[in-house]
Design a protein around this ligand. Structure first.
Ligand code: G1P
Length: 285
């Protein structure tokens, strides 16, 4: 079956970004001028995804209003000479959207489980939108292609420095072809001494519906939370799981400094901003 759906995790309080996240969902914070969530939806849509399932928590109405068609705003700006403004509005990806609620914050595994009914009995993609990846070809599209051949779960992966290991899911693997590895074990947020490698899971997955059963049987793990990593490790008893070392440029925008780096990276790609910003960064105000 074709991979048609994306589950995108939006729930969470974004406490690292207080005070702004008291009123604005974390995933609506911008990389330069574009919400983090927009970038994830755009990646999904560019890879041919037809339906997005947002897992949201209370107070996230702005997510729904962002992705709904706004005739009023378009009317106001639809004047000759305003083409560039209109283009910005039209850049918001349009896709069939569903919203499911995570009412208690019991961990990322629990958040994924909330999408069980909406996904149904088919393979799907999963995004942690604060992992932003720049690539000519959408990373998730590359992963769907691999899935179409293997029909087994595919996790995005990246080599990370030692100091990052204890805050990510870490992969033990055997060598496979090129950028693809067969996963032999997975550990969520291990201490550096217990980590089987420096290869970390980054927030893009292609999963099969068996993950929901595995999640239902997964007890709280690290941080007392239901961890997706633990459920994927459970799958290893009955199926192969692959990790794909994607070639794109990745920034974790889940911290203020990460979000700032992402904005600077995005601005440096823009002809109208790059020269001025570069000068300033070099200390020539
Ligand atoms: C989650 C996953 C972790 C993964 C990471 C990628 O952790 O549990 O396995 O490496 O996303 O961003 P979190 O960032 O929610 O702590």
């Amino acid at each position: 079956m074709k991979v048609r759906k994306a589950v995108i995790l939006v729930a969470g309080f974004g406490t690292r970004f207080l005070p702004v996240t008291k009123a604005v969902p974390k995933m609506m914070l911008p990389v330069l001028d574009t919400p983090v969530l927009h970038l994830a939806v755009n990646e999904a849509v560019s890879a041919g995804i037809e339906q997005v399932i947002f897992v949201v928590s209370e107070m996230q109405e702005s997510v729904e209003s962002y992705f709904s068609y706004d005739t009023k705003l378009k009317k106001v700006v639809s004047k000759p000479g305003n083409e560039a403004v209109l283009e910005k509005i039209d850049s918001i990806p349009s896709v069939e959207a569903r919203y499911v609620y995570q009412r208690e914050q019991l961990g990322v595994g629990h958040a994924v489980l909330m999408a069980k009914e909406a996904v149904g009995d088919e393979p799907f993609t999963l995004f942690f939108p604060d992992d932003v990846i720049w690539d000519e070809i959408p990373t998730i599209g590359r992963m769907i292609e691999i899935f179409e051949e293997k029909r087994m779960p595919i996790l995005a992966a990246k080599e990370v420095p030692n100091e990052m290991v204890s805050s990510l899911g870490i992969i033990e693997h055997s060598v496979e072809e090129g950028r693809l590895y067969q996963v032999t074990n997975l550990v969520e947020k291990p201490s550096l001494v217990d980590a089987p490698s420096n290869l970390a899971v980054i927030g893009r997955y292609v999963l099969t519906p068996e993950i929901f059963d595995a999640l239902e049987r997964t007890d709280p793990g690290v941080l007392g939370e239901i961890q997706l990593t633990d459920a994927i490790r459970r799958l290893l008893n009955s199926q192969s799981v692959y990790s794909y070392q994607f070639p794109g440029y990745h920034i974790d925008t889940g911290t203020p400094v990460g979000l700032l780096k992402a904005s600077i990276h995005a601005a440096l790609q823009k002809d109208d901003l790059a020269a001025d910003l570069r000068k300033w960064l070099e200390g020539q105000f």
